[in-house]
Design a protein around this ligand. Sequence first.
Ligand SMILES: Cc1cc2nc3c(=O)[nH]c(=O)nc-3n(C[C@H](O)[C@H](O)[C@H](O)COP(=O)(O)O)c2cc1C
Length: 221
Amino acid sequence: MKILAIMGSPHGMKGNTGRLLEEVLVGVQQEGSEVEVVSLCEFKVLPCVSCHVCHKTGKCTLKDDYEKIKEKLLSCGGFIFASPNYIHCVTAQLKAFFDRCACLIHCVALEGKYGAVVETSGGGDDADVIRYMEHVVNVLGAQSVGGIGSKMAGCRVFPDEESLFTKGRELGKELCRCIQEQRQFPEQDAFRNMFKARMKGLVESQQKDWAYEYEFWRTRG
Ligand SMILES: Cc1cc2nc3c(=O)[nH]c(=O)nc-3n(C[C@H](O)[C@H](O)[C@H](O)COP(=O)(O)O)c2cc1C
């Protein structure tokens, strides 16, 4: 089984978020899973231009790496979103990727998958960014296994590092175990069910224009 990590830091794996993600990925590997890291700073993912073509055809027409990364996300066993805190949100690189996932979100296309999130910050406020990324996991249709975040204490150094890294490895293991056991998170059901019904209604209301998404819902198992 492959776990895909999508990393939003402009420092890729060399920064603070990369250091914390490394520990989560050690946990993943200790459970016998393969890892693949997509560092967005090494790929080209342009901002969404709201042309709505993806809703009609299922594909984005912008000439960049989005479709390639999307296919990796659709075929992975589980996934991790990782980002530093940039003004109480994710980096522009990761936000651009999320915006480009509008078609996947309309189709809640990652239903059945599991995601985890990793964040670091300069001075705290980790919870807001973790919550936001877990929300994106849910609107994509997946269940969130949890998140880890910490302020930094220098370059690739954290306060109470031993305990943080232990928790990071545990999160990686937990992600794999949840997939193996098909664990359910009933506390996420109310929101996920409400959102799924909303997206179905939205796509149905646009059925004349959004042919791909309408067909996706019509033929959904
Ligand atoms: C543009 C920018 C905005 C930032 N905004 C915040 C912020 O709002 N709150 C915070 O605690 N840290 C903030 N930081 C600090 C980073 O979140 C922190 O240094 C992080 O660990 C960097 O991770 P990286 O090395 O993986 O890029 C910001 C840094 C940058 C460059």
